[in-house]
Design a protein around this ligand. Structure first.
Ligand SMILES: N[C@@H](CCC(=O)N[C@@H](CS)C(=O)NCC(=O)O)C(=O)O
Length: 236
């Protein structure tokens, strides 16, 4: 299989930089050139869906993308996902309805194991970072995203936003202290797929990473111009 990023030692930067959540130019990667039996039920701004889109791109795999609207329950999801959540991946009889399990599958089945380091200790470090991103970073940002996304300025709970911002900054302190570089955990890995959407959403909702976290700031400034990141926005 031709790998999208080859042996990845650095970001492949795009000339098409886009500061917005949805770039104006339609990226090519999800315009299926051929019909593929794999399907991914997803939502554009869901960080769990976004991380698997990044992993599929890394693996140069293009499942058929089935968008699910926020606040609606797609009838297929009710049948396929025990938790009723997206992303849901279907390939024939295989159904995977948990993003972290799906990342492992993409790594094993499609990415030639390249989304994890080779050593057991390296694998543990990456998986711990993914766990931290899903279970600490995500909840830290929740107040900020939900208040600013779903409410008018007047309705927003400013205390909740401030607490969320503080919790997010505390996570950034932890991540900055443990940053390995050039990617989140050394070489590009599922830790980058998991954490990049959190950075994107933080920026979208006004909690940008800045010079107070210099390594992460540099990482994000490079990552947001990369082909991988810019191609990972959802398109039907
Ligand atoms: N543990 C799940 C969490 C997925 C999740 O919470 N997805 C949200 C969207 S971001 C969801 O589907 N919520 C229910 C809904 O939108 O109806 C995973 O990693 O796949």
């Amino acid at each position: 299989m031709t790998r999208f990023f080859g042996a990845m030692t650095g970001w492949t930067l795009s000339k098409n930089t886009s500061p917005t959540l949805v770039p104006k130019k339609r990226p090519k990667k999800f315009n299926a050139e051929k019909i593929h039996p794999m399907k991914l039920y997803h939502r554009d701004d869901c960080p769990f869906c976004w991380k698997v889109r990044l992993a599929f791109l890394f693996a140069n795999a293009s499942p058929q993308m089935i968008p699910v609207e926020r606040g609606t329950k797609h009838p297929d999801i009710i049948k396929l996902s025990k938790t009723g959540t997206i992303p849901v991946f279907v390939d024939g009889d295989l159904v995977i309805a948990q993003s972290s399990v799906l990342l492992e599958y993409i790594n094993d089945a499609l990415a030639d194991g390249k989304l994890l380091p080779a050593t057991p200790a390296g694998k543990v470090a990456v998986r711990c970072l993914c766990y931290y991103s899903d279970n600490s970073v995500g909840p830290a940002l929740r107040g900020l995203v939900f208040e600013r996304r779903d409410k008018s300025e007047d309705e927003q709970d400013k205390d909740l936003i401030a607490k969320s911002d503080q919790a997010w900054r505390a996570c950034l302190d932890v991540l900055e202290a443990g940053f390995v570089g050039p990617f989140m955990c050394g070489e590009f890995s599922m830790a980058d797929c998991t954490f990049l959407p959190r950075l994107a959403l933080a920026e979208r909702y006004g909690a940008c990473v800045d010079e107070r976290h210099p390594s992460l700031h540099k990482y994000w400034q490079t990552a947001r111009q990369s082909e991988l990141y810019l191609n990972s926005f959802a398109h039907d």
